[in-house]
Write a protein that binds this ligand. Structure first.
Ligand code: MOS
Length: 714
């Protein structure tokens, strides 16, 4: 029996030191199993059949024909599926997206709506039968087109107020020396993470077990419990390894249909989405139409700011992509107005997607500021520094810390901004026009209540149990480093177990809050455990376990504006003959709190920036107004940046410990994408003299903008 005091051998310094992923070997050797590949005895396989019409009712399903096909066990649909409850508010304080509550009625609200689950002995048999299932519909006319002046638009709150207003906008605009008034649009975008959504459900001794790929095991556990009217203790959700989430992996049709089938058949049932199914079942980022009006004095100081953003949502669920939210934090003006409106269309429900609101919103406002800087003849960095607010522009609250200026100073130095000639369209290198651009970034730095279990083992090691999720971000490794420092031991003596709702409630991997929220709980538990160990008892064979709960401690975070910040820089080359845009160089400098693991944090930031390149130049899901469905909903038709599209991209950070966090963390999950597309678009403007206000900046748009001779707009 060892006494696991941390005294004389106490070590610190794991946090802040690069550490490879603790599960890296398991992943590269295939030992790490994902939700869709964990073996189960007696496993049956479900295959979702999706609607082919955009609006209407299911008139009939010819189930008899497919029930006679090889291996087919059942066909679940609105006529025979178990009823579920959707009249509740979930763990995140929002009602469930009824897209997950499958087979409750005959309504079809969009193309790709689940109308049946065919269950069979093998996935191949289930797929064959699902594709053979004949469904007839009573079709109704549909509307799937978002337009700036859509009559169905209305203000919608989402997780923030729909509208804010102070001052007299018209008067301040009229009194401004320089005015920018432009419309910016972004298209429908999809997450399409590497690992498709997958769940296996089974009943085990009266308890529902779900092996899933999600962003929060207790999140999905509590949602399933509510939906199926079960006690929370009767549901266990596990999600050990995850191949990407980006906001899409909450409660969805695959878990709910798997639970229904496992209940009906009393067998383990697995449902996996196909890549194409993900384009209608996994959520997406809504297209946006945004109008930005800026009024400023000749020196670029803002007098008036208006940012209005319109997004689409489905007829079954109100999801707001709050594009106008970023202006509430970043820039102040005497007259300040923001508005997030939505239109209900016959499309799938949009959802959270990396930096929801900030990603498209920053494209609009950071492009508009670049336009303002040019019209004022002020350097775009200087313009932003002149508009640094003293307090939250809408909240009036002080900032906990705001290191945007430090990001711009360090970024400008390393990028070589000082040598920049602001004149557009004058740098040539063979057939390429060259330009550089910059943009600011911000993202909220919050935390959610979490519990952690921490055990001092008899062999001198420590085990952390927390219902955290590692989406591939490196969260498990970051928490190992945090726990090691909190316990004053080396990381080798710490093992971190995550992704199991039996470990107790914890924040989801979302809103850039995961690592911070979990680290807080682990730090609290470690403090208590060290106190217990300091009293000197020998550790018994079963170990000594303490449990923490940060619900009360998080009260310390109230009453401040809390954000991460960043400065994005891009250099582009534009081929004037083909319209191709290449991002040669990109640099992001961030103030994102204390960086726990530089290796994986850089990976998060660079990943976000590359997604920004992808957003600026490639990504666009195009809906066919005739059918209401997408053209080519797959990774052949939906273009994302690949290695060949990405030049020299680097991310780094300035010192920015959050003063109110026990570890100093803010969060790095989302800020990398914020402002990234604007930096690229601003660089394209600088290269070509053409302003692109609609994403993506496709070759045809580059060419037609030049061909029309306007020289300034696209
Ligand atoms: Mo994120 S869009 O909060 O997973």
């Amino acid at each position: 029996m060892t006494t696991a005091t941390t005294g004389p051998a106490a070590v610190k310094g794991a946090v802040g030191t690069a550490h490879t992923r603790v599960e890296g070997r398991d992943k590269v050797t295939g030992a790490a199993r994902y939700a869709g590949e964990i073996p189960f005895a007696d496993l049956a396989h479900g295959w979702l059949a999706l609607s082919t019409v955009a609006r209407g009712r299911v008139r009939s399903l010819d189930t008899d024909a497919v029930l006679g096909m090889p291996g087919v066990l059942a066909v679940l649909h609105h006529g025979n599926a178990p009823r579920v409850d959707t009249d509740y508010v979930g763990m995140l304080g929002i009602p469930p997206d009824p897209t997950a509550a499958v087979f409750q009625d005959d309504r079809v609200p969009h193309v790709g709506w689940p109308v049946a689950l065919v269950v069979a002995e093998t996935p191949e048999q289930a797929r064959e039968a699902a594709e053979a299932l004949v469904v007839t519909y009573d079709e109704e006319p549909h509307d799937t087109v978002l337009t700036a002046d859509h009559p169905g638009a209305y203000p919608a709150d989402g997780h923030m107020p729909a509208e804010t207003e102070k001052g007299d906008l018209a008067a301040s605009l009229a009194a401004s020396a320089v005015v920018v008034d432009e419309e910016y649009t972004t298209p429908e975008e999809h997450h399409s993470m590497m690992e498709p959504h997958a769940a296996t459900a089974l009943w085990d001794g009266g308890r529902l077990e779900v092996i899933d790929s999600n962003q929060g095991a207790t999140w999905v556990q509590t949602e399933l419990a509510k939906m199926f009217s079960l006690d929370e203790s009767a549901v266990r959700v596990r999600s050990e390894h995850i191949g990407g989430g980006f906001g899409s992996k909450g409660l969805r049709a695959h878990q709910v249909s798997a639970v229904m089938a496992a209940t009906v058949l009393q067998r383990p049932v697995r449902v996996v989405m196909t890549r194409r199914q993900m384009f209608s079942l996994a959520g997406h980022r809504s297209p946006t139409v945004q109008r930005v009006r800026l009024g400023a004095d000749a020196d670029g100081r803002l007098r008036a700011l208006e940012h209005r953003s319109l997004n689409q949502t489905s007829t079954v669920y109100e999801f707001v992509e709050p594009g106008a939210g970023v202006a509430r934090v970043m820039y102040d003006a005497d007259a300040h107005r923001t508005a997030n409106h939505v239109v209900r269309l016959d499309v799938p429900s949009p959802t959270f997607m990396r930096a929801p609101g900030e990603a498209p919103g920053s494209f609009a406002i950071e492009s508009a500021l670049d336009e303002l800087a040019e019209r004022c003849g002020v350097d775009p960095i200087e313009l932003r520094l002149r508009n640094e607010p003293e307090a939250g522009p809408v909240s009036g609250l002080p900032f906990s810390s705001r290191n945007l200026a430090a990001c711009f100073r360090e970024g400008a130095r390393r990028f070589g901004w000082a040598e920049r000639d602001p004149r557009p369209g004058i740098r040539r290198e063979g057939r390429w026009l060259l330009g550089t651009g910059t943009a600011a970034a911000s993202f909220g730095a919050g935390a959610g209540p979490s519990t952690a279990l921490l055990t001092a083992e008899a062999d001198g090691t420590f085990t952390v149990r927390i219902s955290a999720a590692d989406l591939g971000t490196g969260a498990r490794t970051a928490l190992t480093l945090v726990a090691a420092d909190a316990l004053e031991v080396t990381p080798e003596r710490v093992r971190v177990r995550i992704g199991d709702s039996d470990f107790g409630p914890a924040m989801i991997a979302g809103g850039s809050m995961g690592t911070r929220s979990w680290a807080w709980a682990i730090t609290e538990a470690a403090r208590e455990l060290r106190e217990r160990l300091a009293l000197g008892p020998a550790v018994p064979p079963e170990g000594i376990t303490v449990r923490s709960d940060t619900t009360e401690a998080l009260g310390a975070l109230a009453q401040k504006e809390r954000h991460s910040y960043g400065a994005q820089f891009a250099e582009v080359a534009v081929d004037t003959a083909t319209g191709e845009v290449r991002v040669r160089r990109m640099l992001g400098i961030f103030a994102a709190g204390r960086i726990v693991n530089p290796l994986t944090a850089r990976n998060q930031l660079v990943g976000g920036m590359i997604w920004g390149i992808s957003m600026a130049l490639h990504e666009e899901a195009v809906r066919d107004r005739a059918t209401g469905g997408l053209y080519a909903p797959d990774l052949a038709g939906y273009h994302v940046a690949t290695h060949a599209d990405v030049g020299d991209v680097d991310a780094d950070w300035v010192d920015d410990h959050d003063p109110d966090d026990p570890v100093g963390i803010k969060g790095v999950g989302e800020i990398g994408i914020v402002g990234a597309a604007a930096a690229v678009a601003n660089a394209v403007r600088h290269a070509t003299g053409v302003r692109h206000r609609s994403l993506p900046i496709r070759p045809d748009r580059v060419l037609s903008a030049r061909a029309d001779g306007s020289g300034t707009d696209a």
